[in-house]
Design a protein around this ligand. Structure first.
Ligand code: ADE
Length: 245
């Protein structure tokens, strides 16, 4: 898998791409990140990447030609996707991360918060947002995409199972986790986790995962895969919530 990132701030990526699991994977060559400085694709003396908006108004607009040249310089290989980061895009999520992890070539065009020339959009297959807030540019979400997609590529996580138990990967938030000490400032680890009863632990974790999703992100439950027992537990949570009101 190869990521290409079009940015006017390539230095932004230096430290994150050397750190932790992602840094190790890149070092081992499990996947590659090719940073393209959009400024290198300008042709004027001042290496201009943005300009005033036609029609007036404040703020600068990212120019189309350097982005077009940068995209066209990439020797895309295999199954590819070109992403434009913009607050107007679809919010990035685990399902999209999973889909992208199956491709050979993922390109991210980092937009600037003030806007990009509308004609840049024609170079993207999809537009992706970090969420309903405004960043100064798409670099932070580009890193988020590389991290979220990268960790799903086989060979990146030591234990393949660990990405299957993540929040969202089964449509639910993850259950609570504890490690030592058993008691911290009067708060004890739930008894069941110390019991050695593996079936009981599995059931507890499943129910805690459902409960947490019900309380924090109830809209996720309608698309999660729930067994009959899970669905009964959701009904019990609903009854409990209704009687508390
Ligand atoms: N650029 C500025 N804000 C953004 C956001 N929320 N998502 C993606 N790109 C952005």
């Amino acid at each position: 898998m190869k990521f290409h990132v079009l940015t006017i701030f390539p230095d932004f990526f230096a430290s994150p791409l050397k750190s932790g699991i992602i840094g190790k994977a890149i070092e081992k060559g499990v996947f590659e990140v090719n940073l393209l400085n959009i400024r290198d694709f300008t042709t004027d003396r001042h290496r201009t990447t943005d300009d005033y908006p036609y029609g007036g108004g404040c703020g600068m607009v990212m120019k189309v030609e350097p982005v077009a040249r940068a995209i066209e310089s990439i020797p895309h290989e295999g199954k590819k996707r070109i992403i434009l980061t913009t607050p107007q895009g679809t919010p990035f999520n685990q399902a999209l991360a999973k889909e992208l992890s199956g491709l050979d070539d993922v390109t991210v065009i980092c937009g600037r918060y003030e806007g990009v020339d509308e004609r840049v959009r024609a170079f993207a297959d999809i537009e992706v947002s970090a969420g309903d807030y405004v960043l100064t540019g798409g670099e932070a979400i580009a890193l988020g995409i590389i991290d979220a997609v990268g960790r799903l590529i086989p060979g990146v996580l030591g234990n393949e199972a660990s990405s299957e138990e993540d929040s969202f990967s089964n449509g639910l938030l993850e259950h609570p986790q504890y490690t030592r000490p058993e008691m911290f400032r009067g708060v004890c680890v739930p008894e069941i986790l110390l019991s050695g009863n593996h079936a009981g632990i599995e059931r507890w974790r499943r129910q805690e995962s459902i409960k947490r999703t019900f309380l924090r992100r109830p809209e996720l439950l309608s698309s999660a895969e729930l067994s009959r027992e899970d669905a009964e537990y959701v009904e019990a949570l609903k009854r409990g919530a209704a009687s508390a009101n």
